[in-house]
Ligand binder design. Structure first.
Ligand SMILES: C[S@@+](CC[C@H](N)C(=O)[O-])C[C@H]1O[C@@H](n2cnc3c(N)ncnc32)[C@H](O)[C@@H]1O
Length: 298
């Protein structure tokens, strides 16, 4: 959703932008190319391989770019350490990149045999193998239900615990498939479980929560935050945070007089969520679940 992101961010030459999830640098490149001279950009990613790819892709703009291998949930302290208090725009393009999915050895894909890893940051100690082999059956079922919205979570958790120890992606995928029985539709039965375990390993929802709060706080007045999510749980979190932060009062509706003292810090730029155009979905089927929301700092 490159075009939509550029419209959302209203990039200006003297602006400073944070790309929280640089990946291979696709969005970052389009932000840098949007205006001449290019703006400054700070690009975060947890994944050293992704940043290596981004660094070579953004080579011609290197004087405008600072790439940081780190968690966007720490963005305030990182940019403060660079002497920056405020920025003109923040972009978050959540989840996993195609590079990560296609790098078989990283363990994100159930279609390629690999150790159960799934870490965005390969320096992190907790891997998918730890979650799969060490969580209690109850905790596994809860995680698969919450983060995967998987109705068969209990059966899957029971199957995993019975089959332990599990070492590889294909072993996990087989156990899930056996636990849920016949596939429903065209989606592989392990899709939701893999997503849930990846989200647990990387603390994804907690990071989104911290990233939203810090992103909003870092914006200059009139600055924009654009966020693309691919999962209804994330999109719901984004939607409720934006609703709350765009209201002057968050008292329960039955309260006769405001007692919360809350003031709006943002304005919703788009009331309805922005979805990718049909042509984009046709060219890149993985984009079909993308949802873009945009706010402006008041
Ligand atoms: C969907 S991809 C971004 C693709 C990118 N917009 C592009 O155009 O190439 C998401 C990226 O976010 C990174 N990521 C996920 N959680 C992160 C976090 N908490 N902090 C920093 N990067 C994170 C992943 O490693 C992945 O490379």
């Amino acid at each position: 959703m490159v075009e939509e992101v550029l419209t959302a961010l209203q990039v200006k030459s003297d602006g400073l932008y944070i790309d929280c999830t640089t990946g291979e640098g696709g969005h970052a490149l389009s932000i840098l190319k949007a205006v001449s001279p290019p703006p400054r950009l700070i690009g975060f990613d947890l994944d050293a391989d992704a940043l290596k790819a981004a660094s070579s892709r953004l080579k011609e703009f290197e004087q405008y770019v600072e790439l940081v291998q780190g968690n966007y949930a720490d963005m305030t302290s990182v940019v403060n350490a660079l002497g920056i208090d405020h920025v003109d725009g923040v972009l978050m393009d959540l989840g996993i990149s195609s590079l990560q999915l296609n790098e078989g050895h990283r363990g994100f894909s159930f279609q390629q045999e690999a150790p159960l890893d799934m870490r965005f940051d390969e320096g992190q100690t907790v891997t998918a193998a730890d979650v799969v082999n060490e969580y209690s059956e109850q905790d596994l079922a809860n995680a698969i239900y919450k983060y995967g919205e998987e109705r068969g979570s209990r059966r899957i958790a029971r199957g995993i615990v019975y089959a332990r120890p599990l070492g590889t992606t294909t072993q996990l995928a087989d156990v899930v498939a056996r636990s849920v029985g016949r596939p429903r539709g065209r989606i592989h039965p392990a899709t939701k479980t893999f997503q849930a375990i990846r989200m647990v390993v990387n603390g994804e929802l907690e990071n989104v929560e911290a990233g939203l709060e810090q992103g909003i706080q870092l914006l200059e007045q009139g600055g924009r935050l654009a966020i693309i999510s691919y999962h209804s749980l994330e999109d719901r979190l984004v939607k409720t945070t934006f609703r709350t932060e765009s209201r002057d009062c968050i008292c329960p509706p039955e309260t006769p007089k405001c007692v919360c003292g809350h003031t709006a810090s943002i304005r919703l730029v788009n009331r309805r969520v922005i979805k990718p155009k049909d042509e984009e979905v046709a060219a890149n089927p993985r984009s079909r679940s993308a949802r873009l929301r945009v706010v402006e700092r008041t």
